[in-house]
Design a binder for this molecule. Structure first.
Ligand code: NAD
Length: 489
């Protein structure tokens, strides 16, 4: 693999503060790569406490005016933003593919899921409505209002450069808050473009700000006295750290974390459909999705057949740069991440699992961070490849005697993001729906990520906090409730 050296003539990104693009004070930068070629396409500044302070103070200064802006005006800004996102969809999808590596079809799909949140946020006049109750006492009435908090912060992972920022800022801003976004330092370009479009949509200066950076930037955001709430999406250890640290500073926190998602297949499933759904779930975005299926839980009578179909189908996947036609799987985000995923393949072999598709041997383009689809059979639930998040195109197959054993397996996982079942049996599907300990379930759906009107409900180590992203949870997360009890004499 040839990796280009960082070049001085490649653009250095700037922060977006108070409606202006400004150079970060911080001298340090990280290279941003096109993972399909290994080329450096930008340098991202690693903003420090002074940069963060500037952004948060701008957001704090903009708050009083924005919170007094009528709710229909805030809704109209979302309508305009949605329209701009639609108009620029091709350009944004190309940008996502360029910095992340996923296919253009996957980039468009991610964008659409982000746009759905903007559409949901445009309904803010009804979403933010309070409640009233007459006669809570003789001559006494009560009413409840929702009011914005102040400065909210979003800290994002690399794997959805458009969608995950849009899980955060449209709803926060529509509620009347101001916002500081810290995009992933590995995929910061799309967020930069979103900031431009949001400004074009009419969001006033200071209401939406972007500070680029990494760990030090995050720590400065968590500690800042003017920050009221922190939305985080990323890996489990960092989510746990963010939850503890931000809470210790007295912030409201929602921290969405890593995953290990199971897919039960029963003998009565439609196997052709199931094969396509599993391949898309496990190998789509090269396995870099928090809702990717990574453990196949095959009932023993169907295990040989479904594995044969999966090996055959995945061996025919077209792997290459995401912007080339018919490519089904792009690269991993970095060479270092590819090495980590290969390390897990080796661990699986050492643990005694049987490698039936070895992605290290798949022919892939020479440049870029590609790795082929990998499938292990004969995995036991205690193996690391069955328990730990790999976040790459690796599927581990465990055989079970029936649906109850499959559900019990899911329920022993430390994570609880998603789980799916493929079956024609209503009784099995009902048992799964009722007893599986995961927050987002799919019945004959490979990637059961909820649409924006529902919360994104990870359980156990897949989520820290109580109010989730999206849905009514998000409205409650980004507002304080105020209850007024009145007697007029
Ligand atoms: P990551 O945890 O490495 O980074 C996420 C963010 O945290 C980045 O903005 C990064 O700058 C910051 N960060 C990293 N290390 C930090 C530290 N020590 N202190 C403070 N901040 C730090 O995650 P990633 O690799 O970018 O994203 C992939 C992970 O995100 C996977 O584990 C995936 O499952 C998870 N994810 C979860 C969801 C969900 O909804 N639950 C969605 C998407 C991704």
């Amino acid at each position: 693999m040839a990796m280009a050296q960082p070049q001085a003539d490649v653009q250095r990104l700037r922060n977006f503060i108070n409606g202006q693009w400004v150079e970060a004070d911080a001298a340090g930068t990280d290279p941003v790569y096109n993972p399909a070629t290994g080329e450096v396409i930008a340098h991202v500044p690693l903003s420090g406490a002074a940069d963060v302070d500037r952004a948060v103070r701008a957001a704090a200064a903009a708050f009083d005016r924005w919170r007094e802006t009528p709710v229909f005006h805030r809704a109209r800004v979302m309508f305009r933003f949605k329209q701009l996102l639609d108009e620029h969809a091709d350009e944004l999808a190309a940008l996502i593919t360029r910095e992340h590596g996923k296919t253009l079809a996957e980039a468009r799909a991610e964008l659409e899921r982000g746009v759905e949140v903007v559409e949901f946020a445009a309904g803010i006049p009804t979403l933010i409505m309070g409640k009233t109750l007459e006669l809570v006492g003789t001559g006494v009435d009560a009413e409840m209002y929702r009011q914005p908090l102040g400065v909210c912060v979003g800290i994002c992972p690399y794997n959805f450069p458009a969608m995950i920022p849009m899980w955060m800022f449209p709803l926060a801003i529509a509620c009347g808050n101001t916002f500081v976004l810290k995009p992933s330092e590995r995929t910061p370009l799309t967020a930069t473009r979103l900031a431009e479009l949001l400004a074009e949509a009419g969001v006033p200066e200071g209401v939406f700000n972007v500070v680029h950076g990494g760990r030090e930037t995050v720590d400065a955001l968590l500690a800042h006295e003017e920050v009221r709430a922190v939305s985080f999406v990323g890996s489990q250890p960092v989510a746990a750290y963010i939850y503890r640290t931000a809470a210790a500073y007295g912030k409201r926190v929602q921290a969405l974390a890593g995953a290990k998602n199971h897919m039960i297949v029963l003998p009565d499933a439609d196997l052709d459909y199931t094969t396509e759904a599993i391949v898309a779930s496990s190998f789509g975005s090269a396995g870099q999705r928090c809702m990717a299926g990574s453990v196949l839980v095959a009932q023993q009578d169907v295990a040989d057949k479904i594995l044969e179909l999966l090996v055959d189908r995945s061996s025919r996947m077209k792997i290459g740069p995401g912007d080339e036609p018919e490519v089904e799987m792009g690269p991993l985000i970095r060479d270092q991440h590819r090495e980590r995923v290969k390390g897990y393949i080796q661990i699986g072999e050492e643990e005694g699992a049987r490698l039936i598709a070895d992605g290290r041997k798949t022919p892939v383009p020479e440049r870029g961070f590609f790795l082929g689809p990998t499938i292990f059979d004969g995995v036991s639930p205690d193996m690391r490849i069955a328990r730990e998040e790999i976040f790459g195109p690796v599927l581990s197959a465990v055989r079970v005697k029936d649906v109850d054993e499959g559900i019990a397996l899911i329920n022993r996982s430390a994570y609880g993001n998603g789980a799916v079942i493929f079956t024609r049996s209503g009784a099995a599907a009902r048992a799964f729906r009722r007893h599986a300990k995961a927050g987002m379930l799919g019945i004959n759906i490979g990637v059961p990520a909820p649409v924006a009107v529902f919360p994104f409900t990870g359980w156990r180590n897949s989520f820290y906090g109580d109010l989730h992203a999206n849905g009514e949870d998000a409205i409650n997360f980004y507002t304080d409730r105020k209850v007024v009890t009145t007697r007029w004499l």
